[in-house]
Design a protein around this ligand. Structure first.
Ligand code: FAD
Length: 430
């Protein structure tokens, strides 16, 4: 008999908490990955960069297992059906996995759990994706935090000597199920084609983290770590990164705490992808203006910092955090378009798309979420440009026609748009 270890957003062997737990038990461990057809079917682009990224990482993971005399079994389909097959193929004693806090994943895991239980198979979870999960860091009365600063203080106070423990999975590698390599399906078997988007390297950029305070807000340089996609899919360990951050740069550690914060919020507010966390914000009457929405998506608003950001996103699947805040504010305030439209567009385009941080970021920008900026604080895209890209390096890279007659006129006038947003938010909220 075997135990299965189900990889999801933890595409690595070393320092993997759930895999370590599985390997520490007595039964040989067979690792599995499932390309979930119910997720893939919803993707609009056949060259989706996330699918290519996962596929590439699965190839790497599989060959790493093969160097250890084992192999990764890769399946494609509806997870419940895949588990029906797996129980036919193997004499399965238990299934181990790392917990995932997204609403869809929790529903899926519930049904898998019920199915396995009926078949007398244990389903055992571990914490690996975050430092603190669920209600590990909450207010004294047990309520979840809605504001970041007190959350981050409590988070730091809650650290234990083993919070950043590195799980020595390789020491237990002999407990892997020894087998000949399995065959790997092709991307085209799932109806996808490779993406041409470049993927950031998987390494700790030590210098960047050390100089992060000075460089993090300048979009024209690589002043941030670009590790978001790797954290999303667990190709690096959050514990190892947080430990490094703690030793090197507190500002950087604070960003990793934002990530835990939003995971915690999504866990406690599973409907927040669709509804405002501060519910009265759902009374705001949004504009319905397709022309404005299209101009925003295409980076043709006539506001150079907004346009540069959207074009960076469309071309590379990445956008600098400072510019994410500016374009999100522009959509929800200057254009008065529903934040959910922006959230969905980002979800389609971002290589590092991650539901918790994306919904958190969008609700923050629109004022409806946790720790939100008050609605009357509206980013001025011109002064943001002056402050963060004064020499227009970033703008010129992404909007080469800026300054020529082919660059569009502003689609709204800042002062008027600001007044309109203030009026509309005020009347929605009262
Ligand atoms: P660094 O500055 O090097 O930060 C290191 C890591 O800390 C990041 O990789 C990320 O995991 C975490 N982090 C940093 N800032 C934040 C933040 N504000 N919230 C949560 N985690 C953070 N991040 C995503 O990973 N996926 C998303 O879908 C996403 N959508 C966003 C939408 C909006 C509207 C906004 C304002 C922000 C969004 N962010 C999202 C957060 C942030 O912009 C990115 O994490 C960051 O730009 C990624 O670049 P980096 O890895 O170089 O970040």
């Amino acid at each position: 008999s075997v135990a299965l270890f189900w990889h999801r957003r933890d595409l690595r062997i070393h320092d993997n908490a759930g895999l370590f737990k599985a390997l520490s038990a007595d039964t040989p461990v067979q690792p599995v990955f499932i390309f979930d057809s119910s997720i893939l079917d919803k993707l609009e682009d056949k060259d989706d960069a996330r699918v290519s990224f996962i596929y590439r990482e699965i190839q790497r993971l599989k060959s790493e297992y093969e160097q250890l005399g084992a192999s990764l079994l890769v399946k494609y389909g509806d997870p419940l059906k895949v588990y029906e097959e797996l129980l036919q193929e193997f004499d399965v004693e238990a299934v181990f996995t790392n917990r995932d806090y997204e609403p869809y994943a929790r529903e899926r895991d519930k049904s898998i759990h019920q199915f396995l239980k009926k078949n007398d198979v244990d389903f055992i979870g571990a914490k690996d994706h975050v430092i603190f999960e669920k209600s590990e860091v909450v207010k004294d009365d047990g309520d979840p935090y809605l504001v970041y600063t007190p959350y981050s203080k409590k988070w730091k106070a809650a650290l234990q000597s083993d919070s950043f423990r590195a799980y020595d999975t390789l020491d237990l590698a002999e407990n892997l199920h020894q087998t000949k390599p399995f065959k790997l399906l092709e991307l085209s078997d799932m109806d996808f084609v490779p993406s041409t988007i470049e993927i950031p390297a998987r390494q700790f950029p030590e210098k960047i983290i050390d100089g992060y305070d000075e460089t993090r807000d300048i979009p024209s340089i690589q002043g941030t770590s670009r590790l978001s996609v790797h954290l999303r899919f667990g190709t690096i360990s959050i514990r190892a990164l947080a430990k490094f951050a703690q030793e090197h740069n507190e500002k950087y550690l604070n960003e990793l705490i934002w990530r835990d914060f939003y995971q915690m919020i999504l866990f406690h507010h599973p409907d927040s992808p669709d509804t405002a966390i501060k519910s009265k914000y759902d009374n705001i009457e949004w504009e319905h203006n397709e022309e404005h929405y299209d101009a925003w998506c295409e980076g043709k608003t006539g506001y150079p910092l907004v346009d540069a950001g959207m074009r960076e996103l469309n071309e590379t699947g990445f956008m600098h955090n400072r510019v994410r805040m500016v374009v999100a504010s522009f959509l929800t305030k200057h254009l008065l378009l529903d934040w959910r439209l922006g959230e969905r567009y980002f979800a389609r385009k971002l290589l590092d798309f991650e539901l918790a941080s994306n919904v958190g970021g969008w609700q923050w920008a629109s004022g409806s979420g946790c720790d939100a900026a008050p609605y009357f604080r509206i980013f001025n895209p011109e002064s943001q440009l002056e402050k963060y890209d004064k020499d227009l390096k970033y703008v010129k890279r992404w909007v080469p026609e800026y300054g020529t007659s082919s660059y569009p006129e502003p689609i709204v006038v800042h002062k008027e748009a600001r007044e309109r947003a203030l009026d509309r938010y005020k009347s929605g909220l009262n």
